[in-house]
Each structure stands twice: as structure tokens, then as C-alpha cells.
Ligand binder design. Structure first.
Ligand code: NAD
Length: 411
């Protein structure tokens, strides 16, 4: 498969201050993905194109450039993630992708994880907001309005692990026994959980900057530092350090709020607080209105963002972006749902909302708002895909492509 930039389009560039310089016709690499990617990607693309056309006339358009990755790429080119694909994303800065298959327990390493590692996409950003009309297991789902910044490259997801019985696993277990005085059963698989100051601070920096830019009132560091003191506990400490050293005038800690400010947050300040991860799962159910921006290490961030997605309508409506200093790749939170692949029934909402995040990232806020508005209107008309239809009494069940058409009509 030949990668060819679309004609009349230009690359996105980065300014010296780190902001993006976006041309009116930016080249956007896209990966349709495996499984239901064949259904939800064309649906998403049609909605995003229609919104941009509606809002900007012909003045702006998205210059899609399909790049190979995943199962199709393996079949056609013998490579799951060709270097040319990585290079295209590096060069053109902003990309969008459908889900890709990863086998459990063996086989190849997750392409999604590899992509994040190779492009240094260190933050997985997942907004969780209730759209009116969505079915939800919560009594007051409108109280949920959070954005998760999940560290994307470290922790137990760094992929540093050895299979039980291999020479590497034996050697590591032996090292722990002889050099560190730690006994691990010999028939164990073993892994390493690194959490660094650098990766923690850049993630928390991104979360605090986001909170300042969008006038959010708090950033919560979520960790299990009571148990894993030097990884999770350090995440918390380095998070507070980042706030103190680089955002001193714009932040107060929850402790200072009471010791210095009588419980009243000074105007234009952001409260930095922390919570133990297990209690946080209760907090987001019982007191969601007290949380806004969340920063978490990788594993806890994965669990919590899926749980939060369920509170506002499930994975079919959960968007995400993998963001680094140089590149951003937007993707739905869910996987390839192989059972539904090619059946034109899946909900493209998650990828459409990931496209909304991409439009916001480009600074095309009017187009992003138009898509959200049309999506809310369509859900309000109870014209939805099967996953929402079975929770919404009196709704009309639409195919994936028809749902996209309905959203386009409502633009
Ligand atoms: P999954 O998210 O693919 O599907 C779980 C279930 O959620 C589906 O059976 C379906 O009922 C529902 N679902 C998911 N997306 C939906 C949508 N858009 N509309 C309606 N219903 C939807 O999770 P899985 O079955 O655990 O994983 C399947 C594959 O996807 C695995 O190979 C896994 O590694 C991969 N995966 C990829 C990504 C990614 O590309 N970022 C993320 C998660 C999982």
C-alpha cells in the first residue's frame, strides 16, 4: 500500500512555543483499524467531513491520508506497524485511528502500545462527559464531567516482563533472591513497574495546563501510594512537586485550602488533591461533582477511564487521544469488538467524539461543537445504534452508517 499525501494539502507544523500551526487543508494520517474499524471509521469520516464543510464552507477541509497498520497491513505488507506509518504520523503530527487487535497472553505486542511508545505519546487523555439523552446507570449522570490524563508509557504497561520458566525469568528471580533478598516462587512470570519523576511530572504538567486553559477547578492525583510507596506514592509526591514548582501562583493544595484559605479556593486557583485509587472508584460514583481533571499512572488510569465511560453511556461513546509534545493520535477507547465486525451495527460515537477531540486539538472548535450538537440532537431523537437502543425505551435502532447519516442531517 502506497502512502500518498492528498493533493492541495499541507502538513501541520509546530511553533517555537510548542503550539500547532494548522493550515486550512491539513494532511491527517488515518488508520481505519481492525474488526469494527471497517464500520465505524467510514461513518466517523463522513460526519467529520460534513461538519467541517458545513461550518467552514470550502475554506477548510481535512486531508485524509490512509496509512497502514494492524491486520490489513499484516496481510498486505507483512508488517503490523510499518515504519512508513510511524514516519507519516511523526511528520504530519496529528492522526486518528480505529481499534486494533491484540492477542491475550502471547502473539505480538499491542500495536497500540507500540505506537504510544515509539511516538512518545505520553498522555492518554479521555474526557468523560454526559450527553443529554444518553442512557446511564447513574441517577444523576449529568454530574459526571471529568477528563482523565492517564500516563501512557510506564508502569506495568511498559511491557517489561518475562514468561514463567524462561531463562530470563529464572535469572531475574535468582537476582531478586541473591542480590535483593526477595523470594519469588520459581514458577512465576515476572514483570517490572517503573514510574519515573520525568514521566510523572510531564503528565501532571499537561493536566494542570489543561485545567488552567479550560478553567477547571481541580486536578486530582489518583494513586495506590499507601501500598506501592516508591512508584504510586512517588507519583503523588512528584505531582505535588510539579504543581508547587511550576504552577505555584495558580494552584493550592487541598491541605492549604483549609490551613491557609479557610476552605475557600482563591479566585482563579486550581485545587490540587490526591486520592487512593480504590476509594476513587467509590468517589466517582457517589460524589462525581467533586472531581474534574484527574491524573493517574497507566494501569489505574485504564481501569478508571473505562469505569467512568460506563457511567455516561458505555464504551461505544468513549473518546480518547494519545498526546505527546510532538504528536497526537486520537482513538476510541474500546477495541475491535470482533463479534460485530463488518456488520454495520456498531456505535461510531466513540470514534466520532475522538474526532471531536482532534478538531479541538487543531483549534477548529466551531466544527467540534457542531458535531457534538448534532450528536446530542440525534440521541435526543432516540435514533441510536443497538448498544444504546437496548437501554433506551422507545428508541429506533439504526445501523452504524445510518446513525452517521442521522448525525449529518442534524448538523
Ligand atoms: P472491545 O472493546 O473490542 O469489545 C467489548 C464489547 O464492547 C463488545 O463485544 C461490544 O459488546 C462492546 N463494544 C465495543 N465497542 C463498541 C461499539 N463501538 N459499539 C457497540 N458496542 C461496542 O474489547 P475486547 O473484546 O476485550 O477486545 C477485542 C480486541 O480489541 C482485542 O484484540 C483487544 O486487544 C483489542 N483492543 C484494542 C484497543 C485499541 O485499539 N485501542 C483497545 C482495547 C482493546
Amino acid at each position: 500500500m502506497k502512502i500518498e499525501p492528498p493533493s492541495r494539502c499541507e502538513p501541520i507544523k509546530i511553533n517555537s512555543d510548542g503550539s500547532l500551526s494548522v493550515p486550512d487543508h491539513p494532511i491527517i494520517p488515518c488508520i481505519p483499524g481492525d474488526g469494527i474499524g471497517v464500520d465505524i471509521w467510514p461513518a466517523t469520516r463522513s460526519v467529520l467531513d460534513a461538519a467541517v464543510k458545513k461550518v467552514y464552507g470550502g475554506g477548510r477541509f481535512l486531508g485524509w491520508m490512509e496509512v497502514p497498520a494492524g491486520g490489513t497491513s499484516l496481510r498486505q505488507m507483512g508488517d503490523l506497524l510499518p515504519e512508513a506509518t510511524l514516519e507519516a504520523i511523526r511528520q504530519f503530527r496529528v492522526a486518528i485511528k480505529g481499534p486494533m487487535t491484540t492477542p491475550v497472553g502471547g502473539g505480538f505486542r499491542s500495536i497500540n502500545v507500540t505506537l504510544r511508545q515509539k511516538l512518545e505519546l505520553y498522555a492518554c487523555v479521555r474526557p468523560v462527559r454526559y450527553l443529554p439523552g444518553m442512557p446511564s446507570p447513574m441517577r444523576q449522570p449529568e454530574k459526571v464531567d471529568m477528563i482523565v490524563f492517564r500516563e501512557n508509557m510506564e508502569d506495568v504497561y511498559a511491557g517489561i516482563e518475562w514468561q514463567r520458566g524462561t531463562p530470563e525469568a529464572h535469572r531475574f528471580i535468582d537476582f531478586l533472591d541473591k542480590e535483593m533478598g526477595v523470594k519469588v516462587p520459581d514458577d512465576s512470570g515476572v514483570g517490572v513497574k517503573p514510574i519515573s519523576e520525568t514521566a510523572t511530572r510531564r503528565l501532571v504538567r499537561m493536566a494542570i495546563r489543561y485545567a488552567i486553559r479550560t478553567r477547571r477547578n481541580s486536578v486530582t492525583l489518583v494513586h495506590i501510594g499507601n501500598i506501592m510507596k516508591f512508584t504510586e506514592g512517588a507519583f503523588r509526591d512528584w505531582g505535588y512537586l510539579e504543581a508547587r514548582e511550576n504552577f505555584h501562583d495558580q494552584t493550592v493544595t487541598e491541605e492549604e485550602l483549609f490551613t491557609k484559605f479557610n476552605g475557600q479556593c482563591p479566585a482563579d486557583s486550581i485545587i490540587i488533591k490526591d486520592r487512593i485509587a480504590d476509594s476513587m472508584f467509590q468517589q466517582v460514583l457517589l460524589r462525581p461533582e467533586e472531581y474534574s481533571v484527574l491524573a493517574l499512572p497507566n494501569l489505574n488510569g485504564d481501569y478508571l477511564s473505562d469505569a467512568l465511560a460506563a457511567q455516561v453511556g458505555g464504551l461505544g461513546m468513549a473518546p480518547g487521544g494519545n498526546i505527546g509534545d510532538d504528536n497526537a493520535v486520537f482513538e476510541a477507547t474500546h477495541g475491535t469488538a470482533p463479534k460485530y465486525a463488518g456488520k454495520d451495527v456498531s456505535n461510531p460515537g466513540s470514534l466520532i467524539l475522538s474526532g471531536v477531540m482532534m478538531l479541538e486539538h487543531l483549534g477548529w472548535q466551531e466544527a467540534a461543537d457542531a458535531v457534538v450538537h448534532a450528536l446530542i440532537t440525534t440521541i435526543g431523537q432516540k435514533r441510536v445504534t443497538y448498544d444504546l437502543a437496548r437501554q433506551l425505551p422507545g428508541s429506533t435502532e439504526l445501523k452504524c452508517s445510518d446513525f452517521a447519516r442521522a448525525i449529518t442531517e442534524n448538523l
